[in-house]
Design a protein around this ligand. Sequence first.
Ligand SMILES: [Zn+2]
Length: 290
Amino acid sequence: MLVPMKPLLDEAEKKGYAVGAFNAATIETMEAVVEAAEELDVPIIFNHAECVEKFTPIKEVAPKLIAIAKAARVPVAVNLDHGLDFEYIMSAIRLGFTSVMADFSLLEYEDNVKNVKRVVDICKACGISTEGLLGVMPSNVVGQEQKVLEGMRIRDFFTKPEEAKDFTERTGLDALAISFGTVHGLYIKDAELDIDLLEQIRSSVSCNLVMHGGSGVEPGEIKKAIDHGISKINYYTYMSNAGVAAMQKVMEDSEIPPYVHELSYYSKNAMRENAKKAMMLFNNGYKRER
Ligand SMILES: [Zn+2]
Protein backbone atom coordinates (compact mmCIF):
# COMPACT_ATOMS: atom_id res chain seq x y z
CA MET A 1 0.00 0.00 0.00
CA LEU A 2 1.11 3.52 -0.78
CA VAL A 3 1.84 5.58 2.35
CA PRO A 4 3.61 8.83 3.36
CA MET A 5 7.16 8.41 4.60
CA LYS A 6 6.98 10.08 8.02
CA PRO A 7 4.80 7.48 9.82
CA LEU A 8 7.13 4.72 8.57
CA LEU A 9 10.16 6.49 10.01
CA ASP A 10 8.45 7.35 13.31
CA GLU A 11 7.49 3.71 13.78
CA ALA A 12 11.01 2.55 12.85
CA GLU A 13 12.66 4.92 15.30
CA LYS A 14 10.30 3.85 18.10
CA LYS A 15 10.97 0.16 17.47
CA GLY A 16 14.73 0.43 16.82
CA TYR A 17 15.07 -0.43 13.14
CA ALA A 18 15.58 1.53 9.89
CA VAL A 19 13.50 1.57 6.71
CA GLY A 20 15.48 0.92 3.54
CA ALA A 21 15.09 3.40 0.68
CA PHE A 22 15.94 1.80 -2.65
CA ASN A 23 16.44 3.64 -5.92
CA ALA A 24 14.14 1.92 -8.38
CA ALA A 25 14.57 3.27 -11.88
CA THR A 26 13.46 0.19 -13.81
CA ILE A 27 10.50 -2.19 -13.53
CA GLU A 28 12.86 -5.05 -12.61
CA THR A 29 14.30 -3.03 -9.75
CA MET A 30 10.86 -2.01 -8.47
CA GLU A 31 9.67 -5.64 -8.56
CA ALA A 32 12.90 -6.94 -6.99
CA VAL A 33 12.58 -4.52 -4.07
CA VAL A 34 8.87 -5.13 -3.47
CA GLU A 35 9.23 -8.92 -3.70
CA ALA A 36 12.07 -8.80 -1.16
CA ALA A 37 10.03 -6.58 1.18
CA GLU A 38 6.93 -8.78 0.89
CA GLU A 39 8.95 -11.90 1.58
CA LEU A 40 10.39 -10.34 4.75
CA ASP A 41 7.24 -8.37 5.60
CA VAL A 42 9.04 -5.04 6.01
CA PRO A 43 8.01 -1.52 4.96
CA ILE A 44 10.14 0.14 2.27
CA ILE A 45 10.71 3.41 0.45
CA PHE A 46 11.08 3.76 -3.32
CA ASN A 47 13.60 6.45 -4.25
CA HIS A 48 13.58 8.24 -7.58
CA ALA A 49 16.56 10.57 -7.94
CA GLU A 50 16.40 13.70 -10.06
CA CYS A 51 19.89 12.93 -11.45
CA VAL A 52 18.55 9.89 -13.38
CA GLU A 53 15.98 12.01 -15.27
CA LYS A 54 17.87 11.48 -18.53
CA PHE A 55 17.49 7.69 -18.24
CA THR A 56 14.06 7.43 -16.59
CA PRO A 57 12.01 10.64 -16.83
CA ILE A 58 9.86 11.25 -13.77
CA LYS A 59 6.68 11.46 -15.86
CA GLU A 60 7.26 7.89 -17.07
CA VAL A 61 8.53 6.39 -13.84
CA ALA A 62 6.04 7.95 -11.37
CA PRO A 63 2.90 6.05 -12.53
CA LYS A 64 4.82 2.76 -12.39
CA LEU A 65 6.28 3.41 -8.92
CA ILE A 66 2.90 4.44 -7.57
CA ALA A 67 1.00 1.50 -9.11
CA ILE A 68 3.53 -1.02 -7.75
CA ALA A 69 3.50 0.68 -4.32
CA LYS A 70 -0.32 0.59 -4.20
CA ALA A 71 -0.43 -3.10 -5.12
CA ALA A 72 2.26 -4.10 -2.60
CA ARG A 73 1.31 -6.14 0.48
CA VAL A 74 3.68 -4.01 2.60
CA PRO A 75 3.68 -0.21 3.21
CA VAL A 76 5.62 1.63 0.50
CA ALA A 77 6.44 5.36 0.42
CA VAL A 78 7.44 6.91 -2.92
CA ASN A 79 10.15 9.49 -2.35
CA LEU A 80 11.88 11.98 -4.62
CA ASP A 81 15.58 11.49 -3.87
CA HIS A 82 17.83 14.57 -4.08
CA GLY A 83 15.30 16.96 -5.61
CA LEU A 84 17.60 19.81 -6.64
CA ASP A 85 15.22 22.07 -8.50
CA PHE A 86 12.02 23.66 -7.16
CA GLU A 87 9.99 22.96 -10.33
CA TYR A 88 11.17 19.35 -10.41
CA ILE A 89 10.10 18.89 -6.78
CA MET A 90 6.69 20.36 -7.63
CA SER A 91 6.35 17.90 -10.52
CA ALA A 92 6.97 15.00 -8.10
CA ILE A 93 4.17 16.33 -5.86
CA ARG A 94 1.79 16.66 -8.82
CA LEU A 95 2.63 13.12 -9.97
CA GLY A 96 1.66 11.61 -6.60
CA PHE A 97 4.93 11.09 -4.71
CA THR A 98 4.24 10.73 -0.98
CA SER A 99 7.57 12.25 0.07
CA VAL A 100 10.15 14.62 -1.36
CA MET A 101 13.76 15.36 -0.54
CA ALA A 102 14.51 19.03 -1.08
CA ASP A 103 18.29 19.10 -1.50
CA PHE A 104 19.57 22.66 -1.56
CA SER A 105 22.64 21.70 0.47
CA LEU A 106 25.08 23.14 -2.06
CA LEU A 107 23.60 26.64 -1.60
CA GLU A 108 24.66 29.06 1.12
CA TYR A 109 23.13 28.11 4.48
CA GLU A 110 20.45 30.84 4.56
CA ASP A 111 19.40 30.01 0.98
CA ASN A 112 19.20 26.32 1.90
CA VAL A 113 16.87 27.24 4.81
CA LYS A 114 14.71 29.50 2.63
CA ASN A 115 14.30 27.02 -0.24
CA VAL A 116 13.66 23.99 1.98
CA LYS A 117 11.11 25.92 4.09
CA ARG A 118 9.23 26.87 0.92
CA VAL A 119 8.98 23.17 -0.09
CA VAL A 120 8.07 22.04 3.45
CA ASP A 121 5.21 24.58 3.68
CA ILE A 122 3.70 23.28 0.43
CA CYS A 123 4.18 19.62 1.42
CA LYS A 124 2.61 20.10 4.85
CA ALA A 125 -0.52 21.47 3.15
CA CYS A 126 -0.62 18.39 0.86
CA GLY A 127 0.15 15.68 3.47
CA ILE A 128 3.49 14.86 1.87
CA SER A 129 6.60 14.02 3.93
CA THR A 130 9.85 15.95 3.54
CA GLU A 131 13.57 15.31 3.79
CA GLY A 132 16.45 17.79 3.64
CA LEU A 133 20.23 17.55 3.71
CA LEU A 134 22.70 19.44 5.78
CA GLY A 135 26.42 19.02 5.41
CA VAL A 136 27.66 17.60 2.16
CA MET A 137 27.47 13.98 1.06
CA PRO A 138 30.68 13.49 -0.86
CA SER A 139 30.41 11.21 -3.85
CA ASN A 140 32.50 8.79 -5.82
CA VAL A 141 29.76 8.39 -8.42
CA VAL A 142 30.95 9.38 -11.87
CA GLY A 143 29.32 12.62 -12.96
CA GLN A 144 28.45 13.82 -9.45
CA GLU A 145 30.03 16.78 -7.74
CA GLN A 146 31.79 16.87 -4.37
CA LYS A 147 34.36 14.14 -4.70
CA VAL A 148 36.66 13.32 -1.79
CA LEU A 149 39.90 14.39 -3.41
CA GLU A 150 43.40 13.46 -2.37
CA GLY A 151 44.35 15.50 0.69
CA MET A 152 40.74 16.29 1.68
CA ARG A 153 39.35 14.92 4.89
CA ILE A 154 35.87 13.42 4.79
CA ARG A 155 35.26 15.13 8.17
CA ASP A 156 35.32 18.48 6.38
CA PHE A 157 31.92 17.56 4.90
CA PHE A 158 30.21 16.54 8.18
CA THR A 159 26.94 17.99 9.53
CA LYS A 160 27.28 20.32 12.53
CA PRO A 161 24.85 19.59 15.42
CA GLU A 162 24.07 23.24 16.22
CA GLU A 163 23.34 23.95 12.56
CA ALA A 164 21.14 20.84 12.34
CA LYS A 165 19.07 22.14 15.27
CA ASP A 166 18.62 25.58 13.73
CA PHE A 167 17.96 24.15 10.26
CA THR A 168 15.26 21.66 11.29
CA GLU A 169 13.53 24.12 13.63
CA ARG A 170 13.36 26.83 10.98
CA THR A 171 12.33 24.57 8.09
CA GLY A 172 9.99 22.14 9.90
CA LEU A 173 11.46 19.14 8.03
CA ASP A 174 10.22 15.61 8.80
CA ALA A 175 13.60 14.00 8.16
CA LEU A 176 17.18 15.18 7.89
CA ALA A 177 19.93 13.43 5.94
CA ILE A 178 23.22 13.96 7.67
CA SER A 179 26.84 13.58 6.73
CA PHE A 180 28.78 11.62 9.37
CA GLY A 181 31.03 9.28 7.44
CA THR A 182 29.20 7.73 4.50
CA VAL A 183 29.66 8.65 0.84
CA HIS A 184 27.58 8.11 -2.30
CA GLY A 185 28.63 5.30 -4.61
CA LEU A 186 31.54 2.98 -3.92
CA TYR A 187 33.90 3.39 -0.99
CA ILE A 188 37.57 3.87 -1.72
CA LYS A 189 38.34 2.74 1.83
CA ASP A 190 36.14 1.38 4.64
CA ALA A 191 33.52 3.81 5.89
CA GLU A 192 34.15 5.05 9.42
CA LEU A 193 31.01 6.45 10.94
CA ASP A 194 31.30 9.17 13.57
CA ILE A 195 28.82 7.77 16.07
CA ASP A 196 29.60 10.48 18.66
CA LEU A 197 28.58 13.11 16.13
CA LEU A 198 25.41 11.14 15.29
CA GLU A 199 24.55 11.05 19.00
CA GLN A 200 25.05 14.80 19.30
CA ILE A 201 22.85 15.47 16.27
CA ARG A 202 20.21 13.00 17.52
CA SER A 203 19.93 14.87 20.81
CA SER A 204 19.87 18.28 19.05
CA VAL A 205 16.95 17.71 16.65
CA SER A 206 13.45 16.25 16.92
CA CYS A 207 13.01 14.99 13.32
CA ASN A 208 13.97 11.58 11.91
CA LEU A 209 17.56 11.08 10.76
CA VAL A 210 18.64 9.61 7.42
CA MET A 211 21.85 7.95 6.28
CA HIS A 212 22.67 8.06 2.56
CA GLY A 213 25.37 5.89 1.00
CA GLY A 214 24.30 2.62 2.69
CA SER A 215 26.10 0.35 0.18
CA GLY A 216 29.36 -1.07 1.47
CA VAL A 217 29.02 0.05 5.09
CA GLU A 218 29.98 -2.80 7.42
CA PRO A 219 26.99 -4.54 9.10
CA GLY A 220 28.36 -3.62 12.55
CA GLU A 221 28.54 0.07 11.59
CA ILE A 222 24.99 -0.03 10.20
CA LYS A 223 23.77 -1.52 13.47
CA LYS A 224 25.49 1.24 15.44
CA ALA A 225 23.97 3.91 13.20
CA ILE A 226 20.46 2.49 13.70
CA ASP A 227 20.97 2.03 17.45
CA HIS A 228 21.97 5.70 17.68
CA GLY A 229 19.01 7.11 15.84
CA ILE A 230 19.14 6.56 12.05
CA SER A 231 15.69 5.47 10.83
CA LYS A 232 16.07 5.62 7.03
CA ILE A 233 18.97 4.19 5.04
CA ASN A 234 19.44 4.86 1.32
CA TYR A 235 20.78 1.85 -0.53
CA TYR A 236 21.29 1.28 -4.24
CA THR A 237 24.84 0.82 -5.56
CA TYR A 238 25.48 -2.73 -4.36
CA MET A 239 22.00 -3.91 -5.42
CA SER A 240 22.58 -2.45 -8.87
CA ASN A 241 26.03 -4.06 -9.03
CA ALA A 242 24.49 -7.44 -8.18
CA GLY A 243 21.98 -7.08 -11.04
CA VAL A 244 24.66 -6.10 -13.53
CA ALA A 245 26.96 -8.95 -12.43
CA ALA A 246 24.13 -11.45 -13.00
CA MET A 247 23.58 -10.07 -16.51
CA GLN A 248 27.30 -10.29 -17.25
CA LYS A 249 27.39 -13.91 -16.12
CA VAL A 250 24.46 -14.87 -18.38
CA MET A 251 26.16 -13.16 -21.33
CA GLU A 252 29.46 -14.90 -20.66
CA ASP A 253 27.83 -18.32 -20.18
CA SER A 254 25.60 -18.12 -23.29
CA GLU A 255 26.83 -19.51 -26.54
CA ILE A 256 24.42 -17.29 -28.44
CA PRO A 257 23.49 -13.69 -27.40
CA PRO A 258 20.79 -13.96 -24.69
CA TYR A 259 17.38 -12.33 -25.06
CA VAL A 260 16.74 -9.15 -23.13
CA HIS A 261 13.95 -10.77 -21.07
CA GLU A 262 16.46 -13.36 -19.90
CA LEU A 263 18.85 -10.65 -18.74
CA SER A 264 15.97 -8.86 -16.96
CA TYR A 265 14.91 -12.05 -15.22
CA TYR A 266 18.35 -12.96 -13.88
CA SER A 267 19.22 -9.41 -12.88
CA LYS A 268 15.90 -9.03 -11.04
CA ASN A 269 16.51 -12.24 -9.07
CA ALA A 270 20.02 -11.11 -8.11
CA MET A 271 18.80 -7.66 -7.04
CA ARG A 272 15.99 -9.20 -4.97
CA GLU A 273 18.45 -11.42 -3.06
CA ASN A 274 20.80 -8.46 -2.51
CA ALA A 275 17.95 -6.21 -1.36
CA LYS A 276 16.78 -8.91 1.06
CA LYS A 277 20.18 -8.98 2.75
CA ALA A 278 20.12 -5.19 3.11
CA MET A 279 16.56 -5.23 4.47
CA MET A 280 17.42 -7.89 7.06
CA LEU A 281 20.35 -5.77 8.20
CA PHE A 282 18.25 -2.60 8.41
CA ASN A 283 15.54 -4.49 10.31
CA ASN A 284 18.10 -4.77 13.14
CA GLY A 285 16.58 -7.89 14.67
CA TYR A 286 13.12 -6.37 15.11
CA LYS A 287 10.33 -8.97 15.25
CA ARG A 288 7.00 -7.96 13.72
CA GLU A 289 3.73 -9.41 14.97
CA ARG A 290 2.03 -11.28 12.17
ZN1 LIG B 1 21.92 10.50 -1.42
